[in-house]
Write a protein that binds this ligand. Structure first.
Ligand SMILES: [Zn+2]
Length: 448
């Protein structure tokens, strides 16, 4: 396809403060023009697509995804993971290094980039480990990782406990102009906790993972970002205290940032006690329309790390997203096989899939609930993650790669297990009536 003209959509490009009903022209894989000129500049043989009533925005970026290659292809592959991304409206994903072997060397980075170029249908950016084998004992070769093309370092799934090692990681990362992303978990406080420590963990007899286990590391990261001047990014924030710490630090100008995932600002720990307890308590506050799928207690699709927390924590995450304290949205898409999840709650792995539901859940909880504007939501999925990771993505500037997402913010649909593009099916949101859905995902000018 040489050229594609999208006509009559609501074009939203937060980086350029654009929000208008207008046209967009794509040519030779690049954005050629936006606005009244687009139709005039379109070649006569350009394909035309009327997108009235739909939102046209820069291709969405999810900076926290587990694609499971290399080594865990029974859970997900670059082909299936990027297919799930495209289905969800995402044109770029950033994959985490807790694979088997871990992404802690240039060779593994090269392998993933090569396989992604062959098999991926969306852009795949790679993160490298902070420490060798994510063991938290010695630094990974950060310079070599940077030369191999990583966009950040993180030990996601693990957390460097040694504060001096983390300080050195920040110092090296700064030399190579890489942000440090961190999965915030203090092992001594969390021990073998499997759900949020609170009322429901007591009722259910499950070991607790206290909020302080996250907040302690968020505080550590703020201090190290301030000490070293390195950009430090706190992944998948779940606790009210973390938001308060981040808000205060950002006021002082500390180079710290945070992200939130839809499950943490939609669900609460009551969901682990089953659908009846959730909808009878914390669920009542979120959806006015009847929306009551059922699930049993101890359902392992409600087990993630960090865990679902209290209604107060959920509210704090929403407030943090609304006031800009948390500037990035992501899924922490973490596929696992059925047989791994179909065990007792204590023994199941942490994590859920999320690429196909995150846009809808974010629209519902933030835009439809009137907490933030549509352009603000789009910024958290586009220009904000692009800026953090120095990606040349996330805008509709003329000349930029033609990564474009077209979505219907009001489309109502039900997420069905049989329809998922992911290789795994560990989502808590099957059967949920969702509002907002990607219609077309365009990567480098191609509809995928
Ligand atoms: Zn994590």
């Amino acid at each position: 396809m040489a050229a594609l003209l999208l006509t009559g959509g609501r074009v939203v490009d937060p980086a350029n403060r654009l929000d208008a009903q207008t046209d967009l022209l794509i040519s030779e894989g690049k954005i050629a023009a936006v606005g009244a000129d687009a139709a005039k500049l379109a070649p006569r043989d350009a394909e035309r697509m009327a997108v009235n009533g739909l939102v046209v925005c820069p291709g969405l970026i999810d900076l926290h995804v587990h694609l499971r290659e290399p080594g865990q292809t029974s859970k997900e592959t670059l082909a299936t993971g990027t297919a799930a991304a495209a289905r969800g409206g995402f044109t770029s994903v950033v994959c985490m290094p807790n694979t088997s072997p871990a992404i802690d060397n240039a060779g593994t980075v090269a392998l993933i980039r090569e396989r992604a170029a062959q098999q991926g249908i969306v852009n795949v950016f790679v993160t490298g480990a902070i420490s060798n084998n994510l063991a938290g004992e010695e630094l990974a070769p950060i310079g070599g990782l940077k030369r191999a093309g990583v966009v950040a370092i993180t030990d996601d799934g693990h957390c460097v406990q040694n504060n001096d090692l983390m300080r050195r990681a920040c110092e090296y990362a700064k030399m190579f102009d890489l942000p440090v992303m961190d999965h915030c978990q203090d092992y001594a406080l969390v021990t073998d906790g499997v759900m949020h420590e609170g009322y429901w963990s007591t009722v259910l007899g499950l070991r607790g993972w206290p909020s302080a286990g996250e907040e302690v590391i968020v505080a550590r990261n703020i201090l190290l970002a301030e000490l070293t001047g390195t950009k430090v990014h706190c992944q998948h924030l779940s606790a009210a205290g973390s938001v308060a710490l981040l808000r205060e630090a950002k006021k002082r100008g500390v180079p710290i940032s945070g992200e939130a995932c839809p499950h943490h600002f939609t669900l609460t720990d009551a969901a682990v006690a089953g659908s009846e307890k959730f909808w009878g308590n914390d669920g009542k506050q979120i959806f006015r329309t009847p929306n009551f799928p059922e699930w049993p207690k101890y359902d392992t699709n409600f087990k993630m790390n960090p865990p679902l927390r209290s209604a107060r924590d959920r509210e704090a995450i929403l407030e943090g997203l609304a006031d800009g304290t948390i500037e990035i949205l992501c899924s922490d898409h973490a596929p696992h096989c059925d047989y791994e999840k179909e065990v007792e709650f204590d023994y199941a792995p942490f994590g859920i899939t999320g690429l196909e539901t995150e846009l809808a859940l974010s629209l519902m909880q933030l835009v439809h609930a009137k907490r933030i504007s549509l352009p603000d939501l789009i910024a958290k999925f586009t220009v904000n993650p692009a800026r953090l990771l120095n990606l040349k993505k996330g805008t509709l500037n003329a000349g930029a790669d033609a990564d474009v997402t077209i979505f219907d913010p009001d489309a109502e649909w039900i997420f069905e297990k049989a329809a998922t593009a992911s290789k795994s099916a560990n989502s808590p949101f099957y059967g949920w009536k969702l509002k907002g859905r990607a219609v077309t995902t365009i990567v480098g000018g191609k509809i995928v």
